[in-house]
Design a protein around this ligand. Sequence first.
Ligand SMILES: Nc1ccn([C@@H]2O[C@H](COP(=O)(O)OP(=O)(O)OP(=O)(O)O)[C@@H](O)[C@H]2O)c(=O)n1
Ligand SMILES: C[C@](O)(CO)[C@H](O)COP(=O)(O)O
Length: 245
Amino acid sequence: MKHLYVFYRANNMKNNNSIAAIVPAAGVGSRMQHSAPKQYIKLAGKTILEHTLCKLSQLKSLSQIVVAVSQTDPFFDSLAHIDSRILRASGGQERADSVLNSLLFLENNPPEWVLVHDAARPLVTINDIETLIAHCIADDEGGILASKVKDTIKRGNTHSEQTVPRDDLWQALTPQFFKYDELKNALQRALCEGVTITDEASAIEWANKPVKLIAGRSDNIKITTPEDLDLAGFLLNKQQNEQAL
Ligand SMILES: Nc1ccn([C@@H]2O[C@H](COP(=O)(O)OP(=O)(O)OP(=O)(O)O)[C@@H](O)[C@H]2O)c(=O)n1
Ligand SMILES: C[C@](O)(CO)[C@H](O)COP(=O)(O)O
């Protein structure tokens, strides 16, 4: 019995304050209308996914970088050179399924925290990620990068019916940073009950747990439609030039 207990502890105990990154990269990019999934479009010399992984690989605090890709993804092997911490998990039908699969992939040696970051957001800065992690760990609460809505917001379909007060409106960005157990349980339960989950915070909110809003740069855009490509390419080049100085 004692042996069994020791075996259980060794295999299921979380490393204190350990952090694994999860990168959902199994989407098809339907809104991009490109021949390949958008994460494999090349901008400023690298694919979007390579840019994202190069950013995360600068974070020494990460124990693993789990990338969820579709089962037929032919490109994953070409990413291994970026960082030895990169591991492959299976993508799912929706983004939330890809994240849950990645959490389950980590189940045998779970980290204390997970940092979930879209493959499609290569412009995130290390400074913003470190700020998010520091605030959440200091307060022992999960949170997300978000940017305050800047434009006047209208509600309506063909005609504007209302101007929506925006004082407390934020755009959700990634990374989103939560305790491993809390996120896995919330996501599993919410998906089981058929709740629509578009980001990790929506699962945590549904579970009535707090989500910190940490102001991040609004140019951490999610590359979604063709008109995002020129802007993202310009900003990636700018970041690379600044880093080279
Ligand atoms: N089944 C899915 C769907 C999305 N994603 C990932 O989640 C991130 C954000 O999703 P989104 O921008 O919506 O990507 P796509 O689903 O690829 O785009 P679209 O909705 O236009 O098809 C992307 O990095 C995408 O690869 C994923 O891992 N698994
Ligand atoms: C997680 C996310 O990037 C936050 O903005 C977003 O929810 C991804 O999905 P979307 O359906 O494209 O909003």
